[in-house]
Ligand binder design. Structure first.
Ligand code: NCD
Length: 310
């Protein structure tokens, strides 16, 4: 397995076989992720987390993953506490902190920040979200959740519902699903359609894509319903946001009549687009998906830092 020492900046950095390998490794991590086994695979390793945007799941699951494998992490969780505040460039910050730990996990509001960081660092950079760009480790988690439910990743119809323009998780996920020959149903407010560069990648992959703005119809088609939050922080002005706020909501009536195996995923946080009553439904898989952040990130860190798959 050749992931050792490599960056993960965008989902296209991984082949289909490499994605399969990470998912297989993540299943071997489950007993460690649950605390039933104590891991020491990353004993002595140090992971640096540099988070310049809010995060709950991503940051804590990376830190937990490291801890459960016997490694340590050091974290910037608030950019106002760093020298960026004094005017230091991201390039210089990364150049310096890359000399401290063994790899850097970066979250930053600018698209392309992870690529810039990779030029500044001679240690692996893992992109944990670059503005409206990509979020490839979330995609590995999303795929793990789909694989767990269906036992496969091929031949499924996946409906992407919500903010497809600014939602970086869907940009990475759609590109990954193209590798597995999924059918994609795209459902968004007209102003929040998938950006042209992502759409072009999907078209090039030759998969079936349908735009279905009618939400009930888009939901009926789905084996997997992937819901996203409207990324309010990326909007130019509040008037633009007000036009689309609350324009879709997944609730129990919407799920009546869907297939028995259909699952609802969401990278979280949700802000009203899935009603809490859905939580009790057998279709709700988003909290399980959030848990999978730990074993998937354990597998990824073990592969990148130690070149080991168990
Ligand atoms: C996502 C993100 O940061 O892009 N969160 C996450 O990592 N689970 C989704 C979001 O913020 O809407």
């Amino acid at each position: 397995m050749a992931l050792k020492g490599r960056d993960l900046l965008a989902i296209r950095d991984l082949t289909r076989e490499e994605i399969e390998e990470v998912l297989a490794a993540s299943r071997r991590m489950l007993p460690y992720a649950r605390g039933q086994k104590v891991g020491a695979q990353l004993d002595g390793r140090v992971l640096t987390l540099a988070f310049f945007e809010p995060s709950t799941r991503t940051r804590l699951s990376f830190e937990t993953a490291m801890a459960r494998l016997g490694g340590r992490s050091v974290t910037i969780a608030d950019s106002s506490s760093t020298s960026l505040r004094k005017g230091e460039s991201l390039y210089d910050t990364i150049r310096v902190i890359s000399q401290y730990g063994d790899a850097i996990v970066l979250r930053h509001p600018n698209e392309g920040a992870a690529r810039l960081a990779a030029r500044a660092s001679d240690r692996p950079i893992i992109n944990a979200g670059d503005g409206a760009g990509e979020h490839p480790t979330q995609t590995l988690i999303d795929l793990a959740a789909i694989r767990e439910a269906y036992g496969k990743l091929t031949g499924l119809t996946v409906t992407l519902l919500g903010d497809l323009k600014y939602g970086r998780t869907v940009h990475s996920l759609a590109r990954a699903l193209a590798l597995f020959g999924a059918t994609l149903v795209l459902s968004s407010p007209p102003s929040l359609r998938l950006p042209a560069p992502v759409r072009e990648d999907l078209d090039r992959a030759g998969i079936r894509i349908e735009e279905v703005p009618n939400v009930p119809e888009a939901v009926r088609r789905a084996d997997v319903l992937y819901v996203t939050r409207i990324q309010r922080e990326r909007f130019g002005d509040d008037a633009e946001y007000a036009q689309v706020a609350g324009s879709y909501r997944v609730d129990p009536p919407l799920l009546e009549g869907v297939g028995p195996k259909m699952i609802v995923l969401h990278p979280l946080p949700r802000t009203g687009e899935i009603s809490p009553e859905v939580d009790a439904s057998p279709h709700a898989a988003y909290f399980r998906q959030a848990f999978l952040g730990v074993p998937v990130r354990m597998a990824l860190l073990n592969l990148i830092l130690a070149g080991r798959s168990s």
